[in-house]
Design a protein around this ligand. Sequence first.
Ligand SMILES: [Zn+2]
Ligand SMILES: [Zn+2]
Length: 259
Amino acid sequence: MLFDSHIHTEFSADSEMKAAEALSAATRQGIGLVFTEHLDADYTSKEGKVFSFDPQAYWQKYSSLQGDTLRLGVEIGMRESTREFSEEFSRQVPFDFIICSQHMVDDLDIYYPDYYEGKDKQEAYHRYFVQMAENIRAHSFANALGHIDYICRYAPYADADIRYAEFADEIDAVLQNAIENDVVMEINTRRLGDRQALASLIPIYQRYRELGGRFVTLGSDAHTPEAVGAHLLLAYDFAEGLKLTPVTFNQQRMVNSLK
Ligand SMILES: [Zn+2]
Ligand SMILES: [Zn+2]
């Protein structure tokens, strides 16, 4: 069974999706899901949202649903200052899967325009990748590195796509550190519908393969039922084309996404 290994439900500050809605969307498509609720420790958004949840309450509410088609995980935003807390949090319940993601750079949420003010693309992306490389080395408890192209969703530049050649050293450091820590790269499907975005991701994942990466997780990052499983087959083909094997995680052990 193919797994969408990146799903947010109402335990995430920015999602209102019910577990049942996500699960019925998955059943219709014949796919499995991993819920990956947000923990961005010590962070409140400008709208006053707290990106954390009670792991015990999460377990209490969802563990009866856990099984062959649903696994329970977490998406942890990486920052040096919160690493220790996040690692302890990740041990409070037996999460199936831990995605670590770079949502903040210099303690600024890169979803907002402030981060980009006074910076050209070169500087904004350079800092993003340098901190991602450091953080994925330090967050060695991660199973996967989420959406390497996250910044492209929000960066205000005319060409927001990542050009591998422009950031080769920085991206290589990210990929190498992930591989050394046995952290699998995620193919986040959010931007795969855009042909240019898709094309710009090829050299990055090609390089991952060259440096020794073999496995990827596929995740839609859905916050609504309509987005569950979006572009999952496209992501599967993308992985296959680059000789990368789609996997998911169960009890933090890698399993083939199709078995
Ligand atoms: Zn994320
Ligand atoms: Zn997410």
